[in-house]
Design a protein around this ligand. Structure first.
Ligand SMILES: Nc1ncnc2c1ncn2[C@@H]1O[C@H](COP(=O)(O)OP(=O)(O)OP(=O)(O)O)[C@@H](O)[C@H]1O
Ligand SMILES: [Mg+2]
Length: 329
């Protein structure tokens, strides 16, 4: 039976962008092709991977995740492939690798961009021959897995820098699912807010039922460098803090409220420079267009003319942020 946590309808959203993701997921769940899921941190890559597995014919077999990041090379290798006793100094006992645990099911390689080069070579062979060898063993073991991998890095850039094998990349991304950052699917924010509000109200047994318009406005305008995960934590905190039945502005973290007031001041130093800069610029673009459209009652041509901006430039930005111009009329 399908684990109810991983039904498609548990991926919340109805923006154009996420609808396209659903369509693709439906098409590829049941075929055995490898899938590469890309997107910034917190956009839902693992959730999508689990949903694909749960909706595939492998659903009654294991879904085995491994994060390739942060582990030393030899450890990742024995995690994946297993080893026999005495294969290396610390190998006091033999061990079955994760890839064997995933037999018949789905192996999820998270942060694939971090997979060390020598292991990339080994992995390529697994995908070609469907066979593995435990470390220190000569015995070949047949392996039937579906591989789903995920990354928040630009793999093509890594290939350019000689840090990722192009041949492996083409094996991994028979299908690529890109999850756009939350700031590019603003239309999903309200749904997600209500979803998490209900979820945390239920699990914490609090009688929170709604959210004030001011608080919702701030949530809709914020740019979420941490994407859906950040929004989820914001809602968890808001439900916990709330002492009336509606979430108020003061239940939201200070940085969300000040971001819209002071765009540059919100630059996040815990993000890489380029990401922080992009977030600031996107935040600025959204606020600017919002004000411009408000000032001209959603008349795009007039807004462009009065502002001295090319109409097409304005239209492109309106599409980029999926802004519904009719709401300004
Ligand atoms: N569209 C969505 N609807 C409901 N919950 C979501 C959605 N997208 C993400 N989430 C939730 O947000 C959290 C973060 O998602 P997930 O762990 O899948 O992100 P990720 O892209 O794998 O992030 P990272 O790159 O940091 O590993 C999870 O708790 C997930 O269930
Ligand atoms: Mg993840």
């Amino acid at each position: 039976m399908l684990d109810t946590r991983f039904r498609f309808e548990n991926i919340i959203g109805n923006s154009e962008a996420i609808t396209q993701v659903f369509d693709l997921m439906r098409k590829i769940s049941d075929i055995d092709a490898n899938v590469l899921i890309t997107g910034e941190s917190g956009t839902g890559k693992e959730l999508v991977a689990q949903c694909i597995h749960a909706n595939s014919k492998r659903s009654h077999k294991p879904f085995v995740p491994l994060n390739c990041g942060g582990l030393p090379e030899n450890l990742v290798e024995s995690e994946i492939f297993g080893h026999v006793k005495g294969a290396f100094t610390d190998a006091k006992q033999s061990r079955v690798g994760l890839i064997e645990h995933a037999r018949g099911g789905t192996f999820f390689l998270d942060e694939i961009g971090e997979l060390p080069m020598p292991l990339q070579v080994k992995f390529l062979r697994v995908l070609e021959d469907h066979k593995i060898r435990r470390l220190g063993s000569n015995e070949e073991i047949e392996i039937d897995i579906r591989l789903i991998s995920a990354t928040n890095q630009n793999i093509e850039a890594l290939i350019g820098e000689g840090r990722f094998r192009e041949d492996l990349f083409y094996r991994l991304n028979t299908f690529e699912i890109h999850l756009p950052p939350l700031r590019e699917r603003q239309g999903d924010i309200q749904l997600l807010v209500h979803h998490f509000l209900n979820y945390f109200a239920e699990t914490s047994e609090k009688a929170v039922q709604g959210i004030s318009t001011e608080a919702m406005d701030v949530l809709c305008e914020y740019t979420y460098p941490g994407n859906v995960r950040e929004l989820m934590h914001v809602m968890e905190r808001a439900v916990a803090l709330s002492d009336v039945d509606t979430i108020q502005l003061e239940d939201l973290p200070e940085n969300l409220i000040t971001q819209t007031e002071d765009i540059i001041g919100s630059a996040q130093t815990d993000l890489p420079f380029q990401d922080a800069k992009d977030a600031v610029i996107e935040n600025f673009e959204q606020t600017f267009i919002d004000r411009l459209l408000k000032a001209h009652n959603g008349n795009v041509s007039r807004a462009a003319r009065k502002n001295g901006t090319d109409r097409r430039t304005l239209q492109r930005l309106i599409s980029k942020y999926a802004i519904d111009v009719s709401t300004y009329r």
